[in-house]
Design a protein around this ligand. Structure first.
Ligand code: 1PW
Length: 211
């Protein structure tokens, strides 16, 4: 994992994650998340409880990928097919498969929607906009609906400690604000496409509410 975040690399990993027939490579999906973790880490310690959970989920998926059934975990599509056909997913209550690939990836998938909404707000924000407000608005619209009260509170506290808009733009490491905005404009449709493909796949298989 590189320590210095670069928005350009996020763009590249999400671009690499799409196969020719629009499936999603788990390897690159994870790589994209690793970049985002390094982004969160550069925003300060307040985000460490959030990045810890993401790192843990990345690790679960990496273990599947490098495990004996690794060949079934090449794309999200092949993972869903493999785990469902072999009854490796707890569908209604956590039981014998509490950490399936499907439920683990679903958590990252929901968080990706937050990220997408937040980056879109950042991209179109005015100079005096507050990152904490953009972050929490994006959060309420997406991920918060899947989090219990305690987590929502803790996430809210982390948002309050976020650095300002200028720092965000600097941390993205992609030139001046005009260049960052342009790169965001290029990255967001890709992130959004990966999100939508996953969403449709999960919806089709009734997996959007996995416990
Ligand atoms: C500034 C850009 C940051 C974008 C990264 C977004 C990551 C959001 C992750 C929030 C995690 C909060 C703490 C953990 C909560 C877990 O309970 C939750 N995990 C997630 C990723 O939502 C649900 O996982 P669980 O408990 O069902 O295993």
């Amino acid at each position: 994992m590189a320590d210095t975040f670069s928005l350009q690399r996020v763009l590249e990993t999400f671009r690499s994650s799409l196969t020719e027939n629009k499936e999603v490579y788990i390897k690159y999906y994870i790589a994209g998340w690793k970049e985002l973790v390094s982004f969160m880490n550069s925003l300060g310690n307040v985000f460490s409880f959030i990045s810890k959970d993401v790192i843990c989920k990345i690790q679960i998926l990496e273990n599947f990928l490098s495990g004996e059934n690794g060949s079934h975990y090449v794309t999200i599509q092949s993972m869903v097919k493999f785990e469902l056909e072999n009854e490796l997913v707890d569908l209604t209550k956590r039981g014998s498969h509490p950490e399936s690939g499907c439920r683990t990836l679903l958590r990252l998938h929901r968080a990706l929607r937050w990220l997408e909404l937040f980056l879109e707000r950042l991209r179109t924000s005015a100079e005096d906009s507050k990152t904490s407000v953009m972050c929490s608005d994006a959060y309420s619209e997406s991920l918060a609906q899947h989090h219990p009260w305690l987590i929502r509170k803790a996430v809210g506290v982390a948002f309050c400690a976020l650095p300002g808009r200028d720092t965000f733009f600097n941390v993205m490491n992609a030139g001046d604000q005009v260049q960052v905005v342009a790169l965001l404009g290029e990255s967001l449709p890709l992130i959004s496409e990966v999100y939508q493909i996953t969403e449709d796949l999960y919806a089709k298989n009734n997996l959007l509410e996995l416990p």
